[in-house]
Design a protein around this ligand. Sequence first.
Ligand code: AHR
Length: 505
Amino acid sequence: STARITIDRDFTVGEVPRRLFGSFVEHMGRCVYTGIFEPGHPSADERGFRRDVLELVRELGPTIVRYPGGNFVSGYNWEDGVGPVDERPTRIDGAWHTIETNAFGLHEFVEWAREADVEVMEAINLGTRGVDAARALVEYANHPAGTAWSDLRRENGAEDPFDIKVWCLGNELDGPWQIGHKTADEYGRLAQEAGKAMKLVDPSIELVAVGSSGSGMPTFGEWEYTVLGHVYDEVDYLSLHAYYQEHDGDAKSFLATAVDMDYFIESVISTADAVGAKRKSRKRINLSFDEWNVWYQTGLDTPDQPHNVGKQWRKHPRLIEDEYNVTDAVVVGTFLNSLLRHGDRVTIANQAQLVNVIAPIRSEEGGAAWRQSIFWPFARMSQLARGSILRTAVTSDRIDTAKYGDADAVDVSATWDEESGRLALFLANRGLDETADVSVKLGGFAASAITRAEVLTVPEGGDRFSSNTQDAERVGLTPLEGVSVEGSAVTLRLPALSWAVVEVA
Ligand code: AHR
């Protein structure tokens, strides 16, 4: 296939919101326990943080990490996770049918986040709890000293406030599966009052209201409109969640699912702006896409599926440890493109999750840590998408899909970093069998050199289902040969089913 892309230095979407490269750590399965935290592991530091996992996290480069859930947070008492570890209660976690020891809690996460060089994004429980627990947590975390909650934090070892800026007002409360599931009006009022009380404690915080758990939810649209009707003045962001998978071998549709992500984002922007217009408000609500990824939710009957795990009460059982392949990595690349293209309004996004649970990083108890295929598009985009997001005009051959109609064979996003003088192109070829010849016209750039050209595609001797294991990381980046730059034109050839990054200086 062929694709022509035109970009111009003066045609920008806005600055790259660095929080777009966020991730998510939930008390779920083995994300915390035997993921980021495993006292006794050969690589663990004195606090039990796995250094091998930390190293991979730094290489992946998330900027902000959401914690502690997820469905987990809707039944969680944050107080259980602070204070002397041996005095913390062991509880049942109903969301994941798990025994929670509370050996890891807020202080541990804040310290881990410092080690990993990421910002903390904290979710509060609006499932079983309310205004009082929410404002107490903000006071505990962010108030300097001299009050009961802030002094308790200091007694518990943290002299300085945690200074957590971004707070999620609950999780997926539109979902019937959620502990404390609510109607939009019930949630909207509670979130408004909790948010108000939290900002009275610390006016500098930023608040995320719960949006829909997916664009397929029966309440999608109505939920956003009603909730924002209550919280418009209190909150800064509205959340979106989406998980996608390949169904019945329909790889063409799967590879085009970012079309649905585009639709979802644009629908939520329209709804938020409609509420703003009705209120005659100049304020704009931004979007926090705080759970997104590929997740094989149907068609699997492996022991790590929640319906199989749910029969016994166990500590950190294996849960949804999806093994990602080449196709998944290309799709993840297109999700990141979609998020970046909408970076003027989607200003926070979190891939779910960070380690083991539908994650780019895997680890074994007492054993190795390794990168999944989906690690690579995230790592490179987090590293290189800096400066301004460029608008892209794309004329590409189209691929006909059963689910999403026609989609561009070549998907792209681009950034320009004035400071380093680098232009980065992130490209995906959705064609399963065809290479793609791509020409990029650069307006307003005096490009003279290709400083990076890498591609992720089907490895030698493998196929589109090839994946990585702890013994062999077969799917990764290799040099993309034959990229040329001449004056204002870059030309390149993408292999069939591939994701690539090209950087020009
Ligand atoms: O990320 C896994 C789960 O997916 C989260 O706990 C929940 O918020 C979503 O349904």
